[in-house]
Design a protein. Structure first.
Length: 374
């Protein structure tokens, strides 16, 4: 049986997620405390979503469904899982619109994975979330249980000082592949801003990507600007990943990865664009300032700094952006340190380094700050 029309090659599930607790069904004269409990309960059951999605990933459900729709019985046989429990898990995935459920002529429910999600769950997908799932399994699930203790202590180091977030090399290697999907809208906004500042396809520029991860931001910018060349700095486990992806995206001739401790090692000079993606939220205020002081020694005279991070703009206190950033800061606290700093924080660090902000751009889950010399 073919997949239902709603899960064709170009289908997408709704971006407006259907609530799981229908508060519209509550009587109008119901006590306010009861209404509030219903509303809060939906937040408390948020754990259900990663629970069913990550269990399905661990079991290989998505790998099997990339081959085509299947019944619970077919998947249970292939995966050697319990039939009833498999059906319960699949129905949970359908409730979150991760898979789609339809009933065949034989009366059995069949489950289909939308085509646009095939690569999202594949280990080698360019925008795969497999690394994020691994990070949840290895770090986040346990860390959130300790949030209350971290609030008590401030997640201080052994000397009582504010600590940098020190994710292990193993966990960083797993996670770094799982957040590539953040990059395309960010690069689109950044490339537009650079063109407004005079960059063109025939302009030869140099890019330094500090803590480059997979290099996805550099790689996509190289696609946007054919005369751009890029250097990526990161650890010895990560640079090979960035090199492999540069080849995959056909920009390897213009991307050069360097194993580097970016605190201790020299970055070179004459850089036209220094890029920091999700680096500053891992810092303390003191180390953030030091990073920008080091950056000025690397920049060309008319060079730019681009900071992509969870930057709080207090002028839009209740914006979707700020709400996400403040929750992201809580996640940093749970896993050992870090914060979402304000625009005013960045402006002060920039000023201390002889730099000034020239643009602040909104993108999903991030803001992009562009700065140059005074």
């Amino acid at each position: 049986m073919t997949a239902p029309a709603s899960v064709g090659a170009n289908s997408t599930s709704s971006d407006n997620h259907t609530p799981l607790v229908d508060t519209a069904l509550l009587p109008e004269n119901l006590d306010g405390e009861v209404k509030a409990a219903h509303r809060l309960y939906e937040h408390l059951i948020g754990i259900w979503a990663p629970g069913v999605i990550e269990a399905a990933h661990d079991l290989g459900v998505f790998t099997e469904l990339t081959k085509g729709p299947a019944t619970a019985a077919e998947l249970a046989e292939t995966l050697t899982t319990d039939l009833r429990a498999t059906r319960v898990l699949l129905d949970g995935l359908a409730a979150y619109e991760v898979v789609f459920r339809s009933r065949g002529e034989d009366g059995q429910a069949r489950y289909a994975l939308p085509k646009e999600l095939h690569g999202v769950f594949a280990a080698d997908g360019l925008f795969s979330l497999a690394g994020k799932i691994g990070h949840d399994r290895n770090v986040a699930w346990g860390a959130w249980r300790n949030l209350a203790e971290n609030v008590r202590t401030g997640a201080r180091d052994s000397q009582g000082g504010e600590q940098l977030n020190q994710i292990s090399q193993e966990d960083y290697t797993s996670l770094v592949r799982g957040i590539n999907f953040w990059a395309p809208p960010i690069v689109d906004a950044l490339a537009t801003a650079l063109r407004q500042l005079g960059w063109g396809e025939d302009t030869a520029k140099s890019l330094l990507d500090v803590g480059c991860g997979t290099g996805i931001y550099s790689h996509l910018l190289l696609k946007e600007f054919p005369e751009l060349s890029a250097r990526g700095l990161d650890g010895h486990r990560i640079i090979p990943i960035a090199g492999e992806q540069a080849a995959r995206l056909e920009v390897a001739e213009r991307f050069h990865g360097h194993v580097c401790d970016f605190w201790k090692d020299d970055w070179g000079t004459g850089v036209d664009l220094t890029l920091f993606v999700n680096i500053f939220h891992l810092q303390t205020p003191e180390s953030a300032r030091e990073l920008l002081l080091k950056t000025t020694k690397t920049m060309s005279e008319d060079g730019l700094v681009a900071i992509v991070d969870h930057i709080v703009d207090e002028d839009g206190e209740t914006s979707t952006q700020n709400r996400f950033f403040r929750l992201f800061a809580a996640s940093m606290l749970a896993t050992g340190g870090g914060d979402s700093f304000t625009v005013q924080d960045y402006d002060q660090w920039l000023a201390d380094a002889g730099l000034v902000r020239v643009q602040l751009l909104d993108t999903p889950m991030h803001r992009v700050l562009l700065a140059r010399r005074h």
